[in-house]
Ligand binder design. Structure first.
Ligand SMILES: *Cc1c(COP(=O)(O)O)cnc(C)c1O
Length: 489
């Protein structure tokens, strides 16, 4: 399988090269030149590992069987995920099914990708004969940082430096990060907000003096964000697994269609669903669920993507995004792999902050994507009503998707709702939605949530307050470069 650029500005590369590059050097994203067909019905009788192998096999065809198996086994095992099936379905009512994607080490769905991506990268470097040391730089508003740290911790030939806004992440998220073990991890608080961290990291990537200094020591920067093919491809697997589980639970007939409803931020998760459809999962529609930052709802409704708008902080912070980077990959496919169109759109986005599509492309999008956004009060209400009706506890991101699915007319086609975080990761809001209690202290709210719902606390957050703090550095924005040099050189 060759990977081509969405802007037709790079020669085709192998999957190892695409993973090693991250994004296309001159802008644009690597996408597979075609989608191999993989039998979805066979997933009914498989383990997660078996399905992962079959789905990833044709996509990463420059990896040997042994290398691919090694990646899958190292990523998904009893030390990393708390259920052997890695993901699982739960019913909330009739033909609405919840796909729990948060059984990994940090309690967010990003683990599914970030547990395997470091192995992809480690082996990609070996295959490409790269002997340099890779330094992963991450700016995080919370969830990504910890998931990346857990994935890259103790990964050979790679270190990771995470910058987070000190005071701008929840106490749980901060503790999760600063208690991370491993000899190759570095976690630094920045006196500033998330944008300061992100801009700072971008500046580090672009700093030619720093790059030179690293090069002298045989080191190189890289990133772990969701535009890397190594992060996107593993997410296709669980769409096959969900279909397989619906089959083996006799919830559907072989070949009959299903819809998926995805709480969306950067458009990575829902794009993986679209790729799964291309590869053979009988998906009819994808419901794109947004919170109050409803730029995607507007785009799919009107055809105009306009980032000139206010940014809101919501209870589902991992979806608080105005630029959904992976949308570019979707637009490439839906326009019939038209790199010229994609290029024009993104030039317009850069220049004026907006672009518009219409005609045939818009029609194709309308057939496939159902957009919907949910306001804050309804998120809390949905958490409460799902708990009262089904005795099932959902987090604030999942609640956005459940509320969106509930707005859709029930025409008999099952809807699978991607559940992207454990309720214990956002316990204060979840508790408020369920019992109306407002507890300021996060650890107290975690205990109380467990009491009220009679569910076990996710291992990612239990005992966190007793763990040793290993990273204490807090710096000013201007010190980011110096702190990287201190920790690496
Ligand atoms: C990252 C994240 C999302 C958004 O996923 P995208 O792939 O960026 O669309 C949704 N929910 C949670 C809990 C997340 O961590």
């Amino acid at each position: 399988m060759k990977y081509i650029s969405t802007r037709d500005n790079h020669e085709p590369v192998s999957s190892a090269e695409a993973i090693n590059f991250g994004m296309v050097p001159n802008g644009g994203l690597f996408v597979p030149e075609s989608f191999p067909k993989v039998d979805a019905l066979a997933a009914a009788n498989e383990t997660y590992h078996q399905t992962a192998f079959r789905v990833l096999r044709p996509l990463l065809d420059d990896y040997s069987d042994r290398e691919l198996t090694e990646c899958i086994d190292s990523a998904y095992n009893e030390h990393t995920f708390d259920i052997p099936s890695v993901v699982k379905l739960a019913d909330i009512s009739g033909n609405r099914h919840i796909l729990e994607l948060w059984h990994g080490p940090t309690a967010a769905f990003k683990d599914v990708a970030l547990q395997i991506m470091p192995h992809f990268l480690r082996i990609a470097k070996k295959k490409l004969g790269k002997t340099n040391h890779t330094v992963i730089l991450v700016a995080t508003s919370g969830d990504t940082g910890k998931a990346a740290l857990e994935g890259f911790k103790d990964c050979e030939g790679i270190s990771i430096v995470v910058f987070f806004p000190d005071g701008g992440v929840s106490p749980i998220q901060k503790l999760q990060m600063v208690t991370t073990g491993g000899d190759n991890t570095c976690v630094i608080g920045v006196r500033g907000n998330f944008d300061d961290c992100q801009t700072g990291v971008k500046n580090l990537f672009g700093d030619s003096d720093l790059r030179e200094q690293l090069k002298k020591r045989n080191m190189e920067f890289s990133s772990a964000n969701s535009i890397n093919w190594g992060r996107l491809s593993p997410q296709i697997v669980y769409y096959f697994r969900a279909y397989g589980e619906l089959l083996s639970n006799s919830r559907i007939e072989p070949g009959s269609p299903v819809d998926f409803c995805v709480p969306t931020g950067n458009f990575g998760n829902i794009l993986a669903g679209y790729y799964a459809k291309q590869m053979g999962v009988p998906i009819r529609r994808l419901i794109c669920a947004s919170n109050r930052n409803n730029i995607l709802t507007d785009f799919f409704t009107t055809g105009k993507y306009d980032r000139n708008r206010e940014f809101y902080r919501t209870m589902s912070p991992s979806m608080d995004i105005l630029i959904s980077s992976n949308l570019e990959r979707f637009l490439f496919e839906i326009s019939g792999k038209d790199a010229v169109t994609v290029k024009t759109m993104y030039e317009s986005l850069n220049k004026s902050g907006s672009f518009t599509i219409g005609g045939k492309i818009k029609e194709l999008m309308d057939e496939l994507i159902l957009p919907c956004w949910i306001d804050e009060p309804q998120v809390l209400e949905t958490i409460g009503s799902v708990y009262r009706k089904s005795g099932y506890t959902i987090d604030t991101h999942t609640a956005v998707a459940v509320a969106a699915a509930e707005r859709m007319r029930d025409d008999g086609v099952p809807i699978v709702i991607d559940s992207t975080a454990s309720p214990y990761k956002f316990s204060r809001d979840v508790l408020k939605g369920i019992s109306g209690e407002e507890i300021e202290n996060e650890f107290q709210s975690i205990d109380r949530l467990s009491e009220v719902t009679n569910t076990a606390i996710h291992s990612a957050v239990s005992g966190l307050d007793k763990k040793e703090i290993r990273h204490r550095k807090v710096i000013d924005i201007e010190q980011m470069k110096q702190s990287v040099m201190d920790s690496l050189l």
